[in-house]
Design a protein around this ligand. Structure first.
Ligand code: ZN
Length: 227
């Protein structure tokens, strides 16, 4: 069992009725519920002091999950520095969907992390391309999501250490949807699904991937700041 902090900017769900209908308590609450059977979970949001990511919180966090979209620029550089340092020191980081443009992800990747996108409610099929990988544990050959926002290549990230999922979209595009990286002692997983107005994080197979990703990203030695 790992100690997980689920971070969400928590703006769409408070300002947009469609997002609030899908995630009435926020995306972070749905993800936290999905992880709670396997892990000890807390949440943090942008508008809390220090975005809910104080030194103490991060020191106790084995794995940080990150969802952001419209307010990446409002994340303070001091907090980004702090998260960056913890990742290099062994904290796992699971970056979700539009978090590809988060300051922390771009810093860790060293690239712009740009991609193609289209919000048209298309079907997505996530193919497991590395079936032996622990993040694909318990998942079949593929996961089908009925309505999604399309993300397409080229995805401007470094070559992943391991690629677990490749998405196909009804419009014809493909995308590297499950990318593993290591930076310093930290494990990083980018997972594409999860737009704010589609119930992606309510899908059992997506929740299974999230639980697996947290277990995979956890430091080998729990809480490297202890002892
Ligand atoms: Zn989106």
């Amino acid at each position: 069992m790992s100690t997980v902090t689920v971070w969400n900017e928590f703006r769409h769900e408070r300002e947009d009725d469609d997002a609030a209908a899908v995630y009435p308590d926020g995306i972070h609450a749905t993800i936290a519920d999905a992880l709670a059977d396997d892990h000890e979970v807390r949440t943090a949001t942008l508008d809390e002091p220090e975005h809910g990511l104080s030194d103490d919180v991060l020191a106790e966090t084995d794995v940080l999950c990150w969802w952001g979209h419209v307010a990446h620029d409002e994340v303070s550089d001091a907090v980004v520095d702090r998260v960056h340092e913890r990742v290099l020191d062994g904290m796992g980081l699971v970056v979700l969907h539009s978090g590809h443009f988060a300051k922390i992800f771009r810093r860790l990747m060293g690239t712009e992390c740009d991609l193609q996108w289209r919000e048209d409610g298309e079907t997505e099929r996530l193919w497991v391309v590395d079936p032996g990988h622990p993040i694909a544990d318990g998942v079949g050959e593929s996961i089908e999501l009925a309505r999604t926002e399309m993300y397409g290549e080229p995805f401007d990230v470094p070559e992943p250490d391991r690629l677990v999922f490749v998405s196909w979209f009804a419009g014809g595009e493909v995308f590297r949807s499950g990318c593993c990286y290591r930076r310093g002692k930290g494990h990083i997983f980018y997972f594409r699904p999860g737009h704010e107005t589609y119930p992606i994080y309510h899908e059992p197979e997506v929740q299974q991937v999230l639980r697996n990703a947290v277990s995979w990203a956890a430091p080998v030695t729990k809480s490297v700041t202890e002892g």
